[in-house]
Design a protein around this ligand. Structure first.
Ligand code: SAH
Ligand code: SF4
Ligand code: F3S
Length: 433
């Protein structure tokens, strides 16, 4: 019996691709093994920052110490960007595939196991959008599921590698998405997240729609689902229609990730984001007016080339103004071939680290403050399972996407009422009511 394991790095789109790959291998009679000790180790990789790539390099490199290294498969964004070089460096990497060649991976692996040759399946046509024709694998008891609704991205923000490795924006057919969602719901998924680099643009390239708000409404009405989420949103394509669906569909969670990236108009312009700080602030206002208690998270880059102290302070000020529930912060990382790579005024590592520390500190205070405001309230928590650190604790999330730990007994997939008793910056604790 041949074993495989799928190791996922990067964003939720990779989680989804990994789950589809699992289905494809299982359908061919393979068996899931332990990560790190299977016959075939698949790496679903990310290129968003240099660190994301270094991590995978060191994981793959350690197989050099094995007497018989596994057959390593490199797929995803990093495979597309530097897969040939990785395969040249580590001879146990036998199959390299870009994000749009996943469907060919299991067969290529079987061939490489037979003839021991390297197979390169890179995406050449950026318009190509080849889906793996199977539903993502769902482990027994899995509560949260993902479905990618659009491939690629056309924005070409100055710092970002995604359009280069994931190709052009392409919406999947609405019917196909609904079929996949229904199948996941049938397998027990309770909370479904629709994925894309910019879900708000969904459908704009389909002759007969649906639009994203329409799709979201249809997904929210699929039998068996308890909650629906979506990620992520580009402010440029953000719409009032979407806010209306959030306000009126019970199953669509009052929670949104709306990446801002910078609080300085000058930097936003350099990044090519297409909106101003004021426009962003109005979107937040519209959201909060229409959806009370909405949880808003964001993404922010510090140390973009040419970011002055004043620009940086404008980002800090924006965090204080908006008061996000959570912010994914990152120090700018140079991505080869992007516009920002060629810009003036790259900051040194120490300065970027200082700015990163400072935003993280400020945001931790804000998150803690917001979380404390939940203490004493009772929230509907969708239970995901026993908490990873055990001690009889269970974990789940509120509609706003806040993680809640509480004392059991409980059951994955149930919605329980939990009274919040204490708060930390990153999660809440409570007791069953
Ligand atoms: N499509 C989303 C972002 C996807 S990438 C959007 O438009 O906002 C996820 C996050 O990684 C980004 O929001 C950004 O904050 C971060 N990121 C992307 N490229 C980066 C880079 N070169 N350096 C540091 N962070 C980066
Ligand atoms: Fe990258 Fe910008 Fe596309 Fe987001 S919208 S994936 S940041 S290019
Ligand atoms: Fe990373 Fe690719 Fe996602 S670069 S963030 S895995 S789209």
């Amino acid at each position: 019996m041949r074993t495989f394991s799928v190791n996922v790095f990067g964003c939720q789109m990779n989680v989804y691709d990994g789950d589809k790959l699992k289905s494809a291998f299982l359908e061919r009679g393979w068996v899931q093994g332990e990560p790190g000790s299977s016959d075939v180790e698949v790496y679903v990789t990310c290129s968003i920052r240099d660190k994301a790539e270094q991590k995978v390099m060191s994981e793959i490199g350690r197989f050099g110490k094995f007497k018989t290294p596994p057959l390593v498969v490199l797929v995803g964004c990093m495979a597309q960007r530097v897969g040939s070089a990785v395969a040249a460096r580590f001879p146990w990497v036998k199959v390299v595939a870009g994000p749009r060649h996943l469907g060919m991976v299991p067969e290529a692996v079987e061939e490489s196991l037979t003839d021991n040759r390297v197979r390169m399946l890179l995406d050449e046509d950026p318009m190509e959008a080849d889906d793996l024709c199977c539903t993502p694998h769902v482990e027994e008891g899995t509560v949260r599921g993902y479905v990618t609704i659009a491939h690629g991205c056309d924005h070409f923000c100055a710092y970002c590698i995604v359009p280069y490795v994931r190709g052009r924006f392409r919406s999947r057919e609405g019917d196909e998405i609904l079929r996949e969602v229904a199948e996941l719901a049938r397998k027990g998924v309770k909370e479904l997240t629709l994925l894309g680099q910019n879900v708000n643009r969904y459908g704009k390239d389909l002759p007969n729609g649906p639009s994203f708000p329409e799709l979201l409404r249809m997904v929210a009405r699929v039998d068996g689902l308890v909650r629906v989420r979506f990620a992520t949103n580009h402010p440029v394509d953000f719409s009032r229609e979407l806010v209306e669906v959030m306000a009126t569909e019970d199953k669509v969670c009052p929670s949104i990730n709306l990446p801002v990236q910078s609080g300085s108009d000058r930097v936003l312009r350099l990044m090519g984001r297409g909106y101003t700080r004021d426009q962003y602030l109005s979107m937040v206002e519209m959201l909060r007016d229409a959806v009370p208690d909405v949880g808003i998270t964001s993404d922010l880059i510090v140390g973009f080339p040419g970011e002055t102290e004043e620009d940086f302070l404008a980002s800090l000020d924006l965090l204080e103004r908006v008061r996000f529930d959570l912010v994914h912060t990152a120090a700018y990382s140079v991505r080869p071939g992007t516009r920002a790579e060629r810009m003036e005024g790259h900051l040194d590592v120490a300065e970027k680290a200082r700015r990163l520390n400072r935003v993280n500190q400020l945001q931790a205070e804000i998150s803690l403050d917001i979380n404390r405001s939940w203490v004493g309230k009772t929230c509907p928590v969708l239970v995901e399972g026993p908490a990873p650190k055990g001690q009889g604790l269970w974990h789940g999330r509120t509609p706003q996407d806040k993680v809640v730990l509480f004392q059991g007994p409980s059951k994955a997939g149930e919605v329980v009422s939990v009274k919040i008793t204490s708060a930390l910056a990153w999660y809440l604790q409570g007791e069953l009511v």
